[in-house]
Design a protein around this ligand. Structure first.
Ligand code: NDP
Length: 341
């Protein structure tokens, strides 16, 4: 095993859009586990939109990073040394690690990769079988509660969370309409994931008209990953008793000013709509249940998933920056190392 390891730290706080200078690559010794710890060699690293919030010097649900801090993120990898009774060398695990080729992790906080699914897709543990999948699960079934025959709209529909939301809502019997940023993504929604309609918000001039065509009976539930003008269009077409799940607002994450909206609140009055923000972490006591359901759906073929894989640890910043350009279809991950046989 190599005795050096690379990691990314926060190089500087971004002003507006992050860029390559936001990240600093460092090299150091591979750490040694102490009692209770496990050394994990990262195979795949997750980059996620919420990390933009951690780059800001502002308290939020995820603690801000200081400049110079190693950046955190979910990893799936292989145990290379273990000082914890539950884990042996060669096992595959996933959990909260770091933007690092090796992570020293508390053995109590790791989850095993199901050996029968290992060949299916290790990166799926960072997407549909991981935090984004659980976000989609609880946001759809607990917050939106779609009934058969409802129409569900989704922004950021071709991403990790949105693509799973649409399929769970379809399984619940809803009509599903998704907004995404390219024709390729719209084809993916309609042809591969079974969405009833997709709208390319980058080439469509009138979102409201496009949505009215795609959802002639109005919107009963809206899963919002994005915010901004897409939400304005959806709010204008909410039905009575509509539910809105505010999962993310990526269109606003690089704005440094405090947004002056929401501008569309009057549109919630007549439909008596309920708008609810939620955090996946609040459902931690039911994670196991969600994991089981998601694994079942994936293995049965009821839920499709895709990962966009950027090769090479050194390219992790580009993978992260690409989230704001819409480079990914499905979950954006970084392949750091080949899993050993
Ligand atoms: P995605 O895989 O959806 O990646 C981000 C996508 O957002 C891009 O591919 C891009 O797709 C779209 N996007 C980027 N900028 C804009 C913009 N200005 N306007 C419209 N779309 C944009 O990410 P995730 O699935 O991981 O996360 C989705 C959302 O859910 C994020 O907002 C995230 O912060 C939030 N989240 C919230 C959680 C919670 O507990 N509340 C937990 C996990 C995620 P396109 O090509 O379509 O533009």
């Amino acid at each position: 095993m190599t005795d050096t390891s690379r990691q990314f730290v926060l190089g500087k706080r971004p002003d507006g859009k992050p860029d390559r200078d936001t990240f600093e690559l460092e090299k150091g010794d591979v750490p040694e586990p102490r009692h209770g710890e496990v050394l994990v060699r990262t195979c795949y690293l997750s980059v996620d939109p919420y990390m933009r919030g951690r780059m800001r010097d502002r308290d939020s649900y995820a603690d801000p990073w200081d400049v110079g801090d190693r950046m955190g993120g979910h990893v799936v990898g292989e145990v290379v040394e273990s000082e914890h009774d539950a884990w042996s060398v060669g096992e595959f695990v996933f959990g909260e690690g770091f933007w690092s080729e090796h992570s020293l992790l508390d053995g109590d906080d790791l989850t095993p990769v199901d050996p029968s699914l290992q060949n299916l897709s290790l990166p799926a543990y960072l997407g549909v079988l991981g935090m984004p999948g659980r976000t989609a699960y609880f946001g759809t079934l607990d917050v939106l509660e779609p009934d058969p025959g409802d129409t569900v709209a989704i922004s950021g529909a071709a991403g990790a969370v949105g693509s799973t939301v649409g399929q769970i809502a379809s399984l619940a019997g809803a009509r599903v309409v998704g907004f995404a940023g390219s024709d390729e993504k719209v084809d993916y929604l309609e042809d591969d994931l079974g969405f009833d309609a997709g709208i390319n918000y980058k080439t469509t001039e009138n979102y409201r008209a496009a949505l009215a065509d795609a959802a002639p009976n109005g919107i009963d539930a809206y899963f919002d990953n994005v915010g901004g003008p897409i939400s304005d269009a959806v709010f204008s077409q909410l039905n009575v008793d509509a539910r809105v799940a505010i999962c993310g607002q990526i269109a606003l994450y690089n704005d440094e000013g405090v947004p002056t909206g929401p501008r569309k609140l009057p549109q919630l009055i007549a439909p008596r709509a309920r708008v609810e923000g939620f955090l996946v972490g609040d459902y931690a006591t039911r994670f196991e249940h969600a994991n089981d359901r998601l694994r079942e759906w994936v293995t049965n073929g009821d839920i499709e998933h895709r990962e966009s894989i950027v090769e090479g640890f050194e390219n992790a910043p580009d993978a992260f920056l690409g989230l704001f350009e819409g480079d990914n279809i499905g979950k954006q991950v970084v392949k750091v190392a080949e899993p050993s046989e």
